[in-house]
Design a protein around this ligand. Structure first.
Ligand code: ATP
Length: 276
């Protein structure tokens, strides 16, 4: 079953002009319009995600991965002008055009975003449990006991010591903070989790443990995911299918194994050679 289908997604920063899209992208070798100076962070982006599937988005810094991921996670950036369509199973119409309440319901229920920067996703002054509780409360849960029980379950699942749930999140290690973000994202049993650079700021050994944990939970829960990373090894570990972005465009897509073994685009070949 197709969970999410996106067509012609576009995010632009700046005033824009009629030539922005044709003057940027892979062939133009830039994401900045030479006529008006706007940055076309992503354009012409089509993709779909099946239920339970993991789709990776990889590309160098500035290639537009976060911009695309934010559109897919229904995150609004007031600095940006956006266009395109996002359709989601069980909902009519284009989700980029729905009212605030519908967007809020989707984002506290079915679609969860794990931000690249911890501070965008967590309040470090709250306890670890409090960060997860906030999400449960905004999704309508009211019983104190049920909320505490769910937090314990989620801490267990994401391998955070339950005994630390009432400690301020600022006292957690980087790996634990990332786990709290994931626990918070999973709290309302979403169908889709968007992970933006899940390994940012973590040591290599901690990265591996967080990714292994996420892979296990993702499979056990059957939740679909979009994983954004500049690091091909992250996408290789998690993603069934991969999209490669450059200068704000998807330049290659396919099964992750195929992309790794037989990359078609010159840029993908360079990315792969740089990690081998
Ligand atoms: N608020 C903003 N104002 C102006 N330009 C922006 C803004 N946010 C992003 N951009 C530009 O949009 C382009 C795409 O940025 P984006 O963050 O989506 O890329 P990315 O591939 O996720 O990069 P990174 O891995 O470094 O986060 C970049 O050129 C960036 O400078």
């Amino acid at each position: 079953m197709t969970l999410l289908e996106a067509r012609d997604l576009q995010t632009r920063y700046g005033p824009g002009c009629p030539r922005c899209v044709e003057s940027t992208g892979d062939r133009a070798g830039t994401n900045q319009c030479p006529h008006c100076g706007s940055v076309v962070a992503c354009a012409d982006a089509d993709l779909s995600v099946e239920a339970g599937e993991v789709v990776g988005i990889v590309g160098e810094s500035g290639s537009g991965k976060s911009s695309l991921a934010e559109l897919l996670a229904l995150e609004r950036d007031d600095d940006a002008t956006t266009a395109g369509e996002v359709h989601y199973a069980g909902h009519d119409g284009n989700l980029l055009e729905v009212d605030y309440e519908t967007r809020h319901d989707l984002r506290t229920g079915e679609i969860a975003l794990v931000h690249q920067h911890i501070r965008d996703g967590l309040n470090l002054e709250f306890t670890g449990g409090g960060n997860v509780a906030e999400k449960l409360l905004s999704a309508g849960q009211r019983s104190y006991e049920d909320v505490r029980a769910r937090i314990r379950e989620l801490f267990d699942e994401t391998e955070i010591p339950v005994a630390r749930m009432d400690d301020p999140t600022s006292t957690y290690s980087g790996g634990m903070q990332r786990r709290v973000q994931i626990a918070r994202a999973l709290a309302t049993d979403p169908d889709l989790v968007v992970l933006d650079e899940p390994t940012t700021g973590l040591d290599v050994s901690v990265q591996a443990r967080v990714l292994d944990m996420f892979r296990r939970v993702q499979r056990e829960e059957g939740v679909a995911a979009i994983v954004v990373s500049h690091d091909l090894s992250v996408v290789r570990l998690l993603a069934d299918r991969t999209l490669v972005m450059r200068h704000g465009r998807i330049v290659e897509s396919g099964l992750t194994d195929r992309i790794m073994e037989d990359p078609h685009h010159e840029y993908t070949q360079t990315l792969i050679n740089s990690v081998i």
